[in-house]
Design a protein around this ligand. Structure first.
Ligand code: NAD
Ligand code: ZN
Length: 345
């Protein structure tokens, strides 16, 4: 089958690889109908997330069930499904506490042998282990493009917004207007903020942020913390959602909030080091939350919100490309010439 593989830092290639088949009794084989390229794939591309050469990329995908193991209860061949970007067993102590991303038996799709050795969704087929607690059926009448993002970036945007503790009338600062920041902006609106400032340096992304209810701030032209202070009588935002994963963005997210405020970080800090500002956090009585999304908890409610017409995640798609052109897709996404790319096999 055709698949996009990692070859080394800065190098990905579409290749012919063996078609996977189910091995475990809780596995499902999915024929991928749509995959997507994510900011987390760029961490791999740049060598900040380790990956073994030859491994198949892609952790955002939807498809049709092709084959099921004997212990799979929720799915049968022909079902349309969306997968979380990671697997969870559903019955360990942490899954039972509702923290599926802390599952003792988890694996991440498209991240190679260091993250569980699973296949990837930028391919024609992918095996989903522990399928009953990893996938959701796609509601009838919902397009692949509407459903795909509940498996990662819409859940992540919502998770970021929920953990920012936004109350009606609040001022929110979203740092980063990449796909995650845009879907955090979209999700934040469900919590009733009065104003949502969105900070980035790419005008095409800030334009989409504005369409989604955000107030754009181009950090190349205006100091974002000063702009938010000016707009809030010198106080700052009630909360911030960090959607980049760079030290400069974490710094903006911390400095943009008022005393007593909340910072919610979802950007992957794959290259962030340095001192944490303990004294500033303490003096301003700030709450700092960070983490990768507990996707399994959010897939069902977000599919319901999409089905009800209250969320339109497909609005952020800028490019629809073929899997054959995935190398070019990575190039233009990395160059920020594309906002969100979906790939069809
Ligand atoms: P992306 O790289 O497309 O977007 C990042 C955006 O941040 C870009 O538009 C860039 O111009 C902007 N930016 C860079 N520095 C900035 C700064 N100092 N201030 C403001 N904006 C700045 O990536 P994405 O797909 O939107 O993902 C964003 C981050 O979220 C990545 O780190 C990704 O790995 C992470 N992520 C986390 C989870 C999770 O579960 N927590 C899930 C998916 C993605
Ligand atoms: Zn992702």
């Amino acid at each position: 089958m055709k698949a996009l593989t990692f070859q080394g830092e800065g190098d990905v290639k579409v290749m012919d690889v063996p078609k996977p088949s189910i091995a475990g009794s809780r596995d499902v084989l999915v024929r991928v109908t749509l995959g997507a390229v994510c900011g987390s794939d760029l961490h791999i591309l740049h060598g900040h997330t380790p990956m073994n050469p030859g491994a198949v990329l892609g952790h955002e995908f939807v498809g049709v069930v092709d084959d099921v193991g004997p212990e799979v209860a929720r799915f049968k061949p022909g079902d349309r499904v969306v997968s979380s970007f990671f697997t969870a067993c559903g019955h360990c102590a942490l899954c039972r506490k509702g923290w599926f991303n802390q599952c003792v038996d988890k694996g991440t799709f498209g991240h190679g042998e260091y993250f569980g050795g699973l296949g990837g969704g930028q391919a024609e087929y992918v095996v989903v282990p522990n399928a009953d607690s990893t996938m959701e059926p796609i509601p009838d009448g919902m397009d692949d493009e509407q459903a795909i993002f509940v498996g990662d970036i819409l859940s992540t945007g919502f998770f970021g917004a929920e953990r920012a503790e936004i109350r009606p009338g609040d001022v929110v600062a979203v740092v980063g207007a990449g796909p995650v920041g845009l879907l955090a902006t979209m999700s934040a609106q469900l919590f009733g903020p009065a104003r949502t400032f969105v900070i980035d340096m790419v005008d095409s992304r800030l334009e989409i942020a504005q369409e989604l209810g955000g107030i754009p701030i181009n950090a190349k032209q205006t100091h974002p913390v000063e702009a938010i202070e000016r707009a809030t009588g010198g106080i700052g935002a009630d909360s911030s959602i960090e959607c980049v994963g760079l030290l400069s963005a974490v710094d903006t997210a911390i400095h943009a909030v008022r005393g007593g405020g909340t910072i919610s970080m979802v950007g992957v800090p794959s290259a962030v080091g340095g001192e944490f500002p303990y004294m500033r956090m303490w003096l301003k009585s700030l709450t700092f939350r960070a983490g990768w999304c507990n996707v399994q908890k959010y897939m069902r409610p977000l599919l319901d919100l999409i089905a009800a017409g209250r969320l339109h995640p497909e609005k952020i798609i800028s490019h629809r490309m073929k899997l054959d052109d995935a190398e070019e897709a990575y190039r233009i996404f990395d160059a920020r010439e594309a906002t969100k790319i979906v790939l069809s096999p």
